[in-house]
Design a protein around this ligand. Sequence first.
Ligand code: 8ID
Ligand code: ZN
Length: 350
Amino acid sequence: DIPKTQKAMVIEKTGGPVQYKDIPVQQPGPDEVLINIKFSGVCHTDLHAVNGDWPLATKLPLVGGHEGAGVVVAKGNLVNDIEIGDHAGVKWINGTCLACDFCQQSDEPLCAKALLSGYTVDGTFQQYCIAKAAHVARLHKDIPLDAVAPVLCAGITVYKGLKESGARPGQTVAIVGAGGGLGSLAQQYAKAMGLRVIAVDTGDEKKKMCLEQLGSYAFVDFATSKNVVKEVQEATEDGLGPHAVILVAVNEKPFQQAAEYVRPRGTVICIGLPAGAYLKAPVFESVIKMVTIKGSYVGNRKDTAEALDFYRRGVINSPFKTIGLSELQTVYDLMHKGAIAGRYVVDTSK
Ligand code: 8ID
Ligand code: ZN
C-alpha cells in the first residue's frame, strides 16, 4: 500500500537548512514510475545544490538526492517494460526528451530538456520518488540496494569518464580526489578495466583506503607534497606521467595542474565541479605534448547498464557508511570538511 504522506529531507531556500519533513507522495505520470527508495547515496553534487554553487538554479522547495535504489510501486499507463515489484534506481538524469539530436545519438545527458533528479525535479532523499521509466536504472534482485546506490551516480560517472579517457589496459591513470565518493569508485572501475592507478588525495585514512582496499599502487598527498606534479610523474614507471588523469576533486587547483603532469598524448578528464572554477593549462606544454583536455558528464542509459553489470559481477567493492535519512546534515558537514573516505548512503526508513 502506498501511503499518502512520507518522510523527506527538504530545503526551502538555497543555502539550507535541510529539514526532515512529512510531504505528500506524488502520483506518477503516464510515462513515469513511482519508486519506493530504500537507500540513497549522498553525492557532493547534492551539497553544491544546497549551497547554490553552480550557474544553474534548482527548483525550490527541493528534495535533493540522485543515487536512489528501491522498488517500483506504481507506474503510468504507457509504461510496459518495467513492472511493479521490480528493483530500480533513480539517477541524476531523471528523464530526457528521447527525440533531440543528442538523445538520438545516446548523448542523453546533453539533452536540453533533461530533468535532473534532486535538482530540477525532486530526488531521492524521500521515501517515494518519481522518474521517467525510460531512464530508470534496472537493478537485478540479487544486488543489495544499499551498496549499489553509489553506483547510480558516482559509479556511472567515473566509468564513463574512464571510457572517455581512452586509457587502455596496462596503462596508468591518476585519480585526483581519489578518497571521495567518485574517486573511490573510480579506482575500482579502473582496476576492473585493467588500468594501473595512482591515487591523489590527502590524509592517512584515505591513503590507507586507496592503497590497501581500492587497489592503487601509489598515493600522492596533495596537502603535504612539496611538488604534486613531480610526484605524480615520478610514480609512473618511466617518469613521463600517467596516460590519463581523472579529475574528481572539488577544488580548482588540480584542474590547473593536470595538464602539466599528464603524459605526452595523454588525456585529462574533468568531472569534478568546484564552484566558480576555471580550467587553466600552459599552452606551450599542452601543444608540444599534444594533450587532450575534456569534460565528462554522468553517462547514458547504456553506460548505466554497463556500470551496473561490473558491479553485479562482484568486481566493484567500494566502502560506504550508512546513516538515517534524517541525519543528512551530518553527512553534508563531513563532506564540506573533506572528511568522508568513500561514500555515505542514507537509509530512508530512519
Ligand atoms: O557528471 C559529472 N561530471 C559529475 C557527476 C557526479 C559528481 C560530477 N560530480 C562532481 C561533484 O559535483 C563534485 O564536484 O564531482 C565532484 C566530486 O564529487 P564527490 O566524489 O561526491 O565528492 P567528495 O566525496 O567530497 O570527494 C572529493 C574529494 O576531493 C578531494 C577531497 O579530499 C575529497 O576526497 N580533494 C580536494 I576538496 N582537493 C583536492 C586536491 N587538490 C582533492 N584531491 C586531490 N587534490
Ligand atoms: Zn552525483
